[in-house]
Design a protein around this ligand. Structure first.
Ligand code: SAH
Ligand code: MG
Length: 211
């Protein structure tokens, strides 16, 4: 990962003072246990989108320890989130963090592989946040787009993958992964039924609005 420029340090000092003690402690836990949670700039962006569009229903794919889940729920008490995590250990951790929090009634967790999961009925969400296995972005996008309401927002995280996607990483495995991410980025931009921009925020995030 690249070192922070003075501009980045200046801006994070201004913008990124997290005041919610639960989020501060979960971010420390993630660092200690090496769990990849959303970067502060990415989270700030996500929360502003939620405010701007007055988003109330969210589907999150990839809960990990529940950091982004809790951060989104804390934007407004009327927000309702369904979040899917396939790793049983992480799911249990997220469950504990959420049931101990003031946001328990807003969040429903599911321990499942999102590729197999069935959303109840024809239900649609205002926002779908995809933050799961990076090679599965296109499959997940295609599976869940029907559960996004018209004018709804799809956000996908880690599309620049540690700034490796526009480079050629040394390792063969990484090359295969970044090729997949690059193919998804191009696919996403080419979808004419969504208005999409990919931003260099955090680890790279797309914002797609469904026409
Ligand atoms: N959104 C979290 C971080 C998620 S990390 C945050 O920012 O706080 C990505 C998570 O996605 C991992 O915990 C991984 O187990 C989970 N995951 C990956 N592929 C998945 C899939 N197909 N279905 C459900 N969860 C998945
Ligand atoms: Mg992420």
């Amino acid at each position: 990962m690249s070192t922070k420029s003075r501009k980045d340090s200046y801006l994070s000092e201004l913008n990124l003072k997290e005041t919610n003690p639960l989020l501060v402690s979960l971010s420390h836990l993630a660092t200690r246990e090496n769990i990849p949670i959303i970067q502060p700039e990415g989270l700030a962006f996500l929360r502003q989108i939620i405010r701007l569009k007055a988003i109330r229903t969210i589907l999150e794919i990839g809960t990990a320890i529940g950091y982004s889940t809790i951060a989104m729920a804390s934007v407004h008490p009327a927000i309702r989130i369904d979040s899917i995590e396939r790793n049983q250990t992480l799911y249990e951790k997220a469950k504990a963090h959420i049931s101990d929090s003031p946001y328990a009634k807003q969040i429903q967790l599911y321990c499942a592989d999102a590729l197999d999961f069935a959303v109840a009925g024809e239900r649609t969400y205002d926002l779908i946040f995809i933050d799961a296995a990076k090679a599965q972005n296109q499959k997940l996008f295609e599976k869940y787009e029907k559960h996004l309401r018209n004018d709804g927002v799809m956000i996908v995280d880690n599309l620049l993958f540690h700034d490796l996607v526009h480079d050629r990483p040394d390792s063969r495995n990484l090359r295969a992964l970044v090729r997949k991410i690059d193919a998804f980025n191009r696919y996403l931009i080419a979808r004419e039924d969504f208005d999409t921009t990919i931003y260099p925020i955090g680890d790279g995030m797309s914002l797609s609005i469904k026409r």
